[in-house]
Design a protein around this ligand. Structure first.
Ligand SMILES: [Zn+2]
Length: 273
């Protein structure tokens, strides 16, 4: 056990309706092999996260194709409603695809229905974070106070290349009152990504592993941005528990207030109870 105070906020999970969860798990089995520690059943995943120290999750949807966001956004709220008696609080995310008829309107509708976070997945949806058709998404998110979690890049592996970070920085510059959270700290371009977070006031990042790979953590680049970093696990499609990431932060030499900010305080500032 680490000394970091629990409960933590896991700001990057994907507890999905059953059919979608099975399809995604099949993708990982086909492309990645067996490096995952959780089953796909949402209740079992929540129990495992709770046992590890998590008290709240941000449950994030994403879509591959235009026209799919609306039904999935509704289903994410149903997943949360079905687990509302669990000790772990679920903050529900919503998503949009730039090819949707009205991406900004879909975020507005989802926020009205109870969503509190936006997720955009550039590799799965095959688009860029600064696609002009997403301007309304960032604008609505900024107006409504919803952070936008962005998975940058296009690798099937989930990895981000250094030159794939630029569109996220462009989007952040274009929408200075919208908080954009770079998922996985742009792994395997984490050191470069941390430098960009440091000079972009509305750019945050989560420290979510890609499968079992933690983003590269270097004290000199992490310490200046500990007020804008979040803990994430990617459960159920992950090879790591949140406590393993927290242990890495302790080993890095961060102090207790910095770790508490990363593991809960920063997330609660973005999405208050
Ligand atoms: Zn993810």
């Amino acid at each position: 056990m680490t000394s970091a105070s629990r409960p933590w906020v896991d700001s990057h999970t994907h507890l999905f309706p059953d059919g979608l969860a099975r399809a995604i798990r099949q993708f990982f089995t086909d492309h990645i092999g067996d490096r995952l520690i959780h089953p796909i059943e949402p209740l079992a995943v929540l129990d495992a996260l709770a046992a590890d120290g998590v008290g709240e999750i941000w449950n994030l949807p994403y879509v591959r194709l235009p026209g799919r966001a609306r039904a999935l956004n509704d289903a994410m709220l149903e997943v949360a409603a079905g687990l509302s008696s669990h000790d772990v609080r679920i903050v529900t995310g919503c998503t949009a695809h730039p090819g949707d008829p009205d991406p900004g309107g879909e975020i507005e509708r989802s926020a009205d229905a109870g969503a509190s976070v936006v997720k955009l997945h550039c590799s799965v949806g095959d688009f860029e974070a600064d696609d002009r058709r997403l301007d309304a998404v960032y604008a609505v998110a900024g107006d409504r106070g919803l952070p936008v979690v962005v998975h940058a890049g296009h690798g099937v592996s989930g990895h981000t290349e250094p030159d794939e970070l630029a569109p996220v920085v462009n989007a952040a510059g274009r929408h200075p009152s919208t908080v954009i959270v770079l998922a996985h700290l742009g792994h395997r371009a984490a050191v470069r990504a941390a430098g960009l977070v440091a000079v972009t006031p509305n750019l945050w990042a989560d420290l979510t592993p890609v499968l079992d790979e933690l983003p590269e953590l270097r004290l000199d680049v992490i310490r200046p941005i500990t007020d804008r970093l979040l803990l994430g696990s990617d459960a159920p499609n992950t090879g790591r528990l949140p406590s393993e990431i927290v242990t890495a932060l302790v080993d890095l030499g961060l102090d207790a207030p910095e770790i508490d900010a990363i593991t809960s305080g920063n997330a609660r500032r973005l999405v208050p109870r």
